[in-house]
Design a protein around this ligand. Structure first.
Ligand code: UD1
Length: 368
């Protein structure tokens, strides 16, 4: 039973579903409904060729406690009724932790096991809701499937038995390679009148960047300064749109080329053509590394250090300031792009989902 709740999850479950079904495994897809807008959910299902979920929990938005509790309440009867051998959770969103927790409490009674795909990433910043979700989900899981080697050090430091930890690589990159040709053919930049390497693509949604007026204002003003020399395209996450309106920052947004949230293939098309990507997303740090597009990450630290070590990612000078962001964008632009797939971490090769399947099949034998 595969669980997906929010936008970045859909990109990760898509290749898993294909690999598991190709391996002859019965598979059910649960959509918790954490993301529900057509642009945040429906467009991804359509783009990624995901089937209708077998179960839709329809939980929607709420506080962290409400959202987590609603997913748990709705998921528990599904698990009891279906009794899957494995519950597979991906990433670090509230739905990930909620379903891992339900599975862990029912593990003995139902005999189910829990696998976490994208295990072991750590920002070491406990103010991030995702960090709480990651650490606890890893603690609860039987099988921890890691996307990069640094994750193994993190898990060893937390005393997690290495017999539970298995390197598989990055399933998100399976999806990228699957859809790259379609994204090029879609040519969103061309349709928007943008030249290749002639614009910056930006995304913003982290609470630490968008939930306080001062932070959001500084970032938008820095992007507006960048836009004086090169168009800045910003598909606007609903959280960011809502806050910009509440904080009276609509004029700042107007200096940018804003779009509604994009589907997967359009976003890939836009990212691949950009001179620079400015983001606080985890997924884009990884995707730009594989695409070879310079990336500036608007965070104090990253749980994906391999994108800095091997890839094209750099962290913005901290604390964020308008001038600091501007300078860092210039540096990223000067760095220029590298070829697709030319400098990537191990296992970011389009075959990670097959290695996940293998790890699940080998599990009873592999367990010490
Ligand atoms: C969530 C994840 C984050 C992930 C991000 C990707 C957690 C803790 N956070 O953050 O890790 O990077 O998804 O987008 O799970 N909203 C809509 N329509 C939707 C979904 C949300 O309008 O379809 C609005 C609602 O006002 C909601 C707000 O966006 O309250 C935030 O949504 P939520 O799912 O709580 O968190 P994200 O910020 O999207």
């Amino acid at each position: 039973m595969l669980v997906a709740g929010a936008r970045p999850n859909f990109v990760k479950v898509a290749p898993l579903l294909v690999a598991l079904r190709q391996g002859g495994h019965a598979c059910q897809l649960v959509h918790t409904g954490q993301h529900y807008d057509a642009s945040m959910s429906g467009a991804f299902f359509a783009d990624l060729g995901l089937p209708e979920p077998d179960f839709h929990l329809g939980v929607g938005s709420g506080s962290h406690a409400q959202q987590t509790a609603l997913v748990m309440q709705a998921f528990e009867p599904v698990l009891i009724q279906e009794r899957p051998g494995w519950v597979i959770v991906v990433g670090d969103v509230n739905s990930t932790l909620a379903c891992a927790l339900v599975g862990a409490k029912l593990r003995a009674e139902l005999g189910c096991r829990i696998a976490h795909v994208e295990a072991g990433l750590r920002s070491n910043d406990w103010r991030m809701p995702e960090e709480v979700n990651r650490v606890l989900t890893d603690r609860l899981s039987d099988l921890l499937l890691t996307p990069s080697r640094d994750a193994h050090d993190n898990l060893a430091r937390e005393g997690i038995d290495s017999g539970r930890v298995h390197f598989v690589g990055n399933v998100m990159i399976d999806t990228l390679f699957r859809w790259l040709a379609a994204a090029r053919a879609r040519d969103l930049p061309g349709r928007l009148g943008l030249a290749r390497d002639g614009y910056v693509v930006a995304t913003l949604h982290r609470p630490s960047n968008v939930d306080e007026r001062a932070a959001l204002s500084d970032i938008l003003q820095a992007l507006a300064r960048v836009a004086e020399t090169m168009p800045v395209v910003l598909p606007v996450h609903p959280r960011t749109r809502k806050n910009a309106e509440a904080f009276g920052l609509v004029a700042e947004l107007a200096a940018l080329r804003t779009l509604e949230p994009l589907g997967y293939v359009d976003m890939l098309s836009l990212t691949e053509g950009a001179a620079v990507c400015v983001t606080d997303s985890g997924g884009l740090q990884e995707e730009t590394t594989v695409l070879g597009v310079p990336c500036l990450t608007l965070r104090e630290q990253t749980e994906r250090p391999s994108t800095v070590e091997f890839g094209t990612n750099r962290l913005a000078p901290w604390p964020l300031t308008r001038d600091g962001i501007l300078r860092a964008v210039e540096q990223a632009r000067a760095q220029g792009r590298v070829g697709v797939g030319s400098r990537v971490p191990e296992g970011w090769d389009g075959q990670a989902a097959v290695r996940v399947r293998q790890a699940l099949e080998d599990y009873p034998r592999a367990r010490p």
